[in-house]
Design a protein around this ligand. Structure first.
Ligand SMILES: C[S@@+](CC[C@H](N)C(=O)[O-])C[C@H]1O[C@@H](n2cnc3c(N)ncnc32)[C@H](O)[C@@H]1O
Length: 398
């Protein structure tokens, strides 16, 4: 099937039309004419992959890592697009979602803020990840081909920091150490050593290590140190902890003596600096669903007894009745959800800062906060996932 790509959609897909249906095309750039292979058919839309580029966009480049391309593992599904154009496409996706999901009024209200997805590293976006996951194969490691349970063997992972090369993942060094089919979580912490987590934590094939690592985030002259579990959640781009922390602190503008409610607080990336900002006359109440993350956060907050982290599943019920001067929420891809966003809007906070990793969920949550009386004061978008369609948006509402 030959298609003309007319737009970019959620998930970084090219959008085309064929016989009254929408076709979502992985690996295409708006303006291109491509031949595609349909990989799934619904009554109103198809999903397809590019098999041949007939008329290429001037922004197309040769993908430097074929195994990462859209339609293969998808780990670098924007690697066929010039980096500056990737960011332009992501900026378009933010605007489209605000209009499509949030509505024309919200899109118009946010337009003067001139939201642009901006890079957070000065280099070419490769070699920036401190974390990635692979699956152990009989020999070597692989990643799943998109939409399949077939493993694609890897001989390199160019998104990862080059420091991780010494773990010797792509040969046979880990054969017999990690069982075939097991997930290997590979981590380059701010303060070493680099580790592989596969049941146990290893610093080299067969060399077991401490299951805790140390991470860091910097804002101006302030350096915050964290101890976290080696297999636990932490931002994956080497600059992301500092960049997001700076945006959150700016958006929250927490003052000494204030109360802060933090939702989806993980191991305390934002909790620790927020607790410092409000000081002992203030308070921070952090809620997080993972017990392991809350154990880590409690260690990171140990010197500040006015800050507490608790384990709970967050929904509209958890949030009902909670009051605070400032709210910070960093939910997973699904976002807050309409009911939780509406409930949060009514918590009396003078500031709500929402950190969103999915632009559609962001648009829905922001729209719901605004529909319940909140106003968007600032919105910043960051390319903390270069060479993929992903991005992060930080919204501050009064
Ligand atoms: C995007 S991470 C943010 C963590 C932290 N802010 C950071 O940057 O390190 C989202 C967090 O939400 C937690 N989470 C996911 N769903 C949850 C739920 N329904 N209730 C509570 N926590 C949840 C995850 O365990 C994860 O730690």
């Amino acid at each position: 099937m030959r298609l003309e790509i007319v737009d970019i959609g959620h998930g970084g897909v090219g959008i085309a039309r064929h016989d009254g249906r929408v076709v979502f095309v992985r690996g295409a750039i708006p303006g291109e004419v491509v031949d595609v292979e349909v990989v799934s058919r619904q009554s109103k839309f198809f999903h397809a992959n590019v098999v041949d580029v007939v008329e290429a966009s001037p922004h197309r480049v040769e993908h430097p890592w074929a195994a990462g391309a859209a339609g293969v593992t998808g780990a670098a599904d924007f690697g066929h697009v010039e980096l500056a154009w990737q960011r332009k496409l992501k900026t378009d996706v933010v605007a489209h979602n605000l209009r499509r999901i949030g509505g024309q009024d919200l899109a118009e209200a946010i337009k003067p803020l001139r939201v642009e997805v901006r890079g957070v590293d000065s280099a070419d976006g490769w070699g920036t990840r401190t974390r990635f996951d692979v699956v152990k194969m009989a020999t070597g490691v692989g990643m799943y081909m998109e939409r399949t349970n077939r493993l694609v063997p890897l001989d390199r992972m160019p998104l990862a920091l080059p420091e991780l090369e010494h773990l010797d993942l792509f040969g046979n060094a880990w054969d017999g150490v990690v069982a075939e089919g097991e997930r290997m979580h590979v981590v380059c912490p701010a303060s070493g050593p680099d580790v592989v987590v596969a049941g146990q934590t290893y610093t080299a094939p067969g060399r077991q290590a401490d299951p805790f690592i140390h991470e860091r985030a910097v804002t101006g002259a302030d350096v915050f140190e964290y101890r976290i579990s080696s297999g636990g959640f932490w931002q994956i781009h080497c600059q992301a902890p500092s960049v997001l922390l700076q945006a959150v602190l700016k958006g929250a503008a927490a003052q000494e003596g204030e109360s802060v409610l933090e939702l989806f607080s993980g191991a305390g990336l934002f909790t620790v600096p927020l607790a410092r900002a409000v000081g002992e006359r203030g308070s921070v109440f952090a809620i997080e669903g993972s017990e392991r993350a809350v154990r880590d956060a409690s260690v990171n907050l140990a010197s500040m007894p006015w800050a507490k982290a608790e384990v709970a599943r967050i929904d509209e019920g958890t949030v009902a009745g909670l009051r605070a001067d400032v709210v910070v929420a960093d939910p997973p891809r699904a976002g807050l959800g309409k009911k939780t966003a509406a409930q949060l809007a009514r918590c009396g906070a003078r500031r709500i800062v929402l950190v969103s990793c999915d632009p559609a969920a962001m648009a829905r949550d922001v729209a719901e906060l605004v529909a319940n009386g909140r106003k968007v004061e600032a919105m910043e978008a960051f390319d903390i996932f270069p060479h993929t369609h992903h991005m992060e948006v930080v919204t501050a509402l009064s």
